[in-house]
Design a protein around this ligand. Structure first.
Ligand code: GLN
Length: 456
């Protein structure tokens, strides 16, 4: 009922691309039956969840926000989805996203943008704006997103929700339609840090079906969140990243960030400034590595295997290549085409060393910056995004301005380390939510929950 009331229509939130009311109700009834029978229940059994439309769902459409997958119904569940179902969480439906997770505003969805519940004229962040908006608008208590350069954390920040990008490899990527395999990671979007911890423990852990899966269980997150809620951070060392502040950052965002840092000090944390000099090159490296991987991944959409197939106009007996061309032309949006061209160029033989090779070297420097920083501190903090939610349309024609939203979130993906965004209050100038980003070393996701629960 809540989804029906706020999601549809001209000025609706439009968080969902597909609602599975029947399936969700059936799962909820099964949960009730389990409870009535006194069966052992997972703590989230019966709690509905919304899933970003980039994760495959057996029998439910999966479009990745693209026309090219229109009509495709996957024959299998992503491991994350299978785990949700096994624990008894009803799947409410699939949430809107920038096409193939490319974007920071959800405006690149082929099915129209999602609106920010705080102000319907503003963007909900991206690419997972649908998941964040669904949680912020009370359409779903829990959601799953994916984060390749910030697509869980930045939407979390601008919608006042909690978003977590787990350590790379700790949540299975099986059934996550790849944007960039070396960067992608699924994670929780919720209203509280404890909710994220419960969801994160549920979806995390080793999976034989993902060759980059870490061979270790994911535990201790709920405990860490409970510990953090006591707001005692004595002995914790916090580093403020010098490079992720200053010019170009909205004053109201910086003010709330500073306030959060002051709070951490009051709870007993020791705060120092930490320089990560290579972070200033993260954006440039990311926009070579990501398009390189994406252009290769998207080659599989050849009009033969999945979804859309378009015949070229006026050709009586088109060749496979002509059909592929017409389909990709009609099925992919501008941002996707832009990145395919960029990635193909960066990977072409004469330019490989100059672009892709250089970007990989920067990636190594960023990893070293993190390693060095984490010798001195337990967690790093920054604002999650440089501004609050901007107006729909404001940055749509300026790809570089759009890319800059991920300035603070991209380094974590390049290094594989985990990050969380927690609400840090509202900016004074516009009354819109601000996010505090906390980063920890790989496999130390529990620290995000301890500090996040203290800060929220
Ligand atoms: N906004 C970034 C991009 O466009 C991040 C996307 C993501 O995390 N999926 O690539």
């Amino acid at each position: 009922d809540r989804i029906a009331a706020v999601d549809g229509g001209e000025n609706g939130v439009h968080a969902f691309l597909h609602v599975d009311a029947e399936g969700a109700l059936a799962a909820a009834r099964e949960s009730d039956a389990r409870r009535a029978a006194g069966a052992p229940l997972h703590p989230l059994d019966g709690v509905p969840v919304a899933v970003k439309d980039v994760l495959t769902t057996r029998g439910l459409p999966t479009t990745c926000g693209s026309r090219i997958l229109e009509g495709w119904v996957p024959p299998y569940d992503a491991t994350v989805v299978a785990k949700l179902k096994a624990a008894g969480l009803p799947i409410l439906g699939k949430t809107n996203m920038d096409e193939f997770a490319m974007g920071s505003s959800t405006e690149h969805s082929a099915y129209g943008p999602t609106r920010n519940p705080w102000d319907l004229d503003r963007i909900p962040g991206g690419s997972g704006g649908g998941s964040a908006a669904a949680v912020a608008a009370f359409e779903a208590p829990l959601a799953i997103g994916t984060d390749t350069g910030g697509s869980i954390r930045q939407p979390g920040a601008v919608t006042g929700t909690v978003g977590v990008k787990p350590t790379y490899g700790s949540v299975s990527r099986y059934g996550l339609v790849a944007l960039a395999n070396s960067l992608d990671q699924a994670g929780p979007v919720t209203r509280t840090v404890l909710d994220s911890a419960l969801l994160h423990e549920l979806i995390g852990g080793h999976d034989d079906k993902d060759s980059t899966s870490v061979p270790e269980p994911v535990t201790g997150l709920v405990e860490a969140a409970r510990q953090g809620a006591s707001r005692d951070l004595s002995g914790l060392r916090v580093g403020v990243i010098t490079e992720l502040a200053g010019e170009g950052w909205q004053p109201g965002v910086m003010a709330r960030f500073q306030e959060s840092v002051d709070q951490l000090v009051k709870m007993g944390a020791e705060v120092v400034e930490v320089s990560c000099p290579s972070f200033v090159h993260a954006m440039a490296a990311y926009y070579l590595i990501l398009p390189a991987e994406a252009s290769s991944n998207l080659a599989k959409f050849d009009a033969m295997r999945y979804g859309l197939r378009v015949n070229p106009e006026g050709v009586a007996a088109p060749s496979a290549e002509e059909v592929m061309k017409a389909t990709r032309d009609a099925g992919f949006g501008d941002e996707v085409k832009r990145r395919i061209i960029l990635g193909t160029y960066a990977l072409s033989s004469g330019y490989y060393d100059a672009y892709y090779g250089q970007a990989q070297k920067i990636r190594t420097l960023i990893i070293r910056d993190f390693e060095k920083a984490f010798e001195a501190v337990d967690v790093l903090v920054s604002p999650t995004a440089p501004t609050t939610a901007f107006k729909l349309g404001e940055k749509l024609d300026d790809p570089l301005a759009m890319y800059l939203n991920d300035l603070a979130t991209i380094p974590a993906n390049l290094a594989g380390v985990p990050g969380i965004s927690v609400p840090a209050g509202l900016a004074e100038e516009d009354g819109l939510p601000v996010g505090l980003q906390i980063l920890a070393p790989a496999l130390a996701d529990d620290r995000l929950y301890r500090v996040g629960a203290a800060a929220e």
